[in-house]
Design a protein around this ligand. Structure first.
Ligand code: PLP
Length: 504
């Protein structure tokens, strides 16, 4: 009697979707390969004929023939003349993993091995995971009031796709090598020009290092500037991923409070002189305060006198909706103490993973050398497409459009809160950014409120997540960048009902 599995056994592993972008034969290939590598079909098993399998799956015979052909060329299947198609004796994955009848044993053996060992991690890694700095926001469902994400639905994907396909079509194959560790030169030039005109940053292209987002720029700065035990000041409330960067560098992390003018200077001036101070002067994260000119000048004067590096994170400085845009702090620095980090995550989209760091001229070489040890260089083709997007005027146009959109969304949020929750949430307008902070009544636990809202489908992260102290008043971060006006209205109504059932 034949030991071949019934046809239905094989088709139970097959998952085909007509609407998917990948062709059916490729989907069939992946399904059969997965069944093989997970050990559901052992070596020597005969597969059904291509005709029977095609009939059973309701696809053309060619689809099955193409999938089998691919599996044969990769050594999973073999044809035996006059006998049919069989699973090969030595499957490719067997080089790295035992499976077939002993698959589960093998897998659990691997787990048992790792379970019994004591992990010896670096102190840096332990400090980062002990404080779970990164357990905050990703991935967050697409719902009101997700913060930190721009209006993805308004991004001109067609334009981007057109520019990308043009680049690919005319790409000489020799461009498929590594790129410059400082970034694609025309992109560095385009970023420098853009920053000079739109953010008042004083820089030449040679000072711009293209990074994988602002997060990478902050990490790079910490690696170059900090020794273990050095003092690093951060803002409180602040950006926990910035804290994590300094913790990962084994710095002695200190927190400075924020007052009406920006970061408070007295803790910095009276304690151990720090090596680095990380700040968000244009639009303090998360409170939204813009550092006053007086505070900027005092900070710079103090940093210059004490040889302190200032790491300026200008993550969303492009989005101001009224008044004179305050230029970057870097533009006021005459002594080369400020390093300026920025990103295209907010102006374009986070998946792009392109940001930049502008460093004083004498820091360029050590930064580029360090960067080369991290990830060698940023992905080249995306940098080329982004260059075209900037130099052909699309970036400017998109930012202009987004300013109007975000100003409208912010207005909608403010009005809806005023109408529905004016007596519970204290919120004031800001002329910048993609989120607002709504303050809760005194003594209300913002984490409990945030959890309760999450149970009702509303994302509103608690302000206390962003602080290392106990705050006088908790609050909620309400993002509006990626939330349409209808969703904002509907979200505020749902929030109002949920807060009511919370007893507020
Ligand atoms: C304050 C702040 N800085 C930096 C970043 C990092 O941006 P990215 O690494 O996506 O460029 C973010 C992202 O949310 C942010 O909110």
């Amino acid at each position: 009697m034949s030991n071949d599995p019934p046809l239905s056994f094989l088709t139970s592993f097959v998952d085909l979707d007509d609407a998917a972008s990948s062709p059916l034969y490729r989907q069939l290939y992946v399904s059969i390969r997965t069944a093989l590598t997970e050990g559901h079909l052992s070596s020597g098993t005969r597969l059904p004929s291509t005709r029977d399998l095609a009939d059973q799956l309701g696809v053309s015979r060619n689809t099955v023939v193409s999938a089998f052909k691919e599996l044969k060329s990769e050594g999973y299947l073999e044809s035996r003349v006059g006998a049919g198609t069989f699973v090969c004796d030595n499957l490719p994955e067997q080089m790295t993993r035992a499976f077939s009848s002993s698959a589960e044993n093998a897998a659990s053996l691997q787990l048992a091995d790792t379970e019994s060992r004591t992990l010896s991690l670096s102190e840096n890694a332990r400090r980062v995971s002990d404080q779970s700095f990164t357990a905050l926001d990703d991935p967050v469902p697409k719902t009101a009031f997700r913060q930190g994400i721009p209006a993805l639905d308004a991004f001109p994907i067609d334009t981007w796709a057109k520019l990308a396909s043009r680049r690919w079509r005319f790409l000489p194959s020799e461009k498929l090598v590594y790129g410059d560790s400082a970034g694609y030169p025309p992109l560095r030039k385009a970023i420098a020009r853009h920053l000079r005109t739109s953010r008042g940053v004083r820089c030449e292209a040679e000072q711009v290092i293209v990074t994988s987002g602002a997060q990478h720029a902050l990490s790079l700065a910490a690696r170059v500037l900090l020794d273990p035990g050095d003092t690093a000041y951060v803002e409180d409330p602040g950006f926990p991923r910035m804290w994590a960067v300094f913790a990962a560098a084994n710095a002695d992390l200190r927190y400075a409070p924020i007052n009406d003018e920006g970061i408070a200077l007295s803790p910095l001036q009276t304690g151990e002189t720090p090596t680095v101070v990380g700040i968000t002067p244009s639009h303090q994260y998360p409170l939204g305060i813009t550092m006053t000119m007086e505070r900027r000048l005092s900070l710079l004067e103090w940093a210059t006198r004490n040889d302190v590096w200032i790491l300026e994170d200008d993550y969303d400085g492009q989005f101001r909706y009224s008044g004179e845009p305050l230029a970057a702090l870097q533009g006021l620095d005459n002594a080369g103490r400020v390093l300026y980090a920025g990103t295209f995550s907010k102006t374009l989209f986070p998946a792009l993973r392109i940001g930049f760091l502008v460093v004083p001229p004498d820091l360029v070489t050590p930064f580029v050398e360090m960067r080369a040890t991290m990830d060698r260089c940023a992905p080249r083709i995306n940098q080329m497409v982004l260059t075209d997007f900037i130099t052909e005027g699309y970036l400017k146009q998109h930012i202009r459009k987004m300013r109007t959109l975000y100003a409208t969304r912010q207005d909608t949020l403010l009005n809806a809160i005023e109408d529905e929750l004016g007596d519970v949430i204290d919120i004031s307008s800001s002329n910048a950014g993609l989120h607002l902070v709504g303050r809760l009544p005194q003594a209300v636990d913002d984490r409990a409120v945030s959890d309760h809202l999450a149970d009702h489908g509303i994302i509103a992260l608690p302000l206390s997540f962003y602080s290392n102290r106990s705050l006088d008043r908790g609050g909620l971060l309400l993002g509006y960048g990626c939330t349409s006006e209808e969703e904002i209205y509907e979200g505020v109504q749902r929030m109002s009902a949920a807060l009511d059932s919370f007893g507020l």
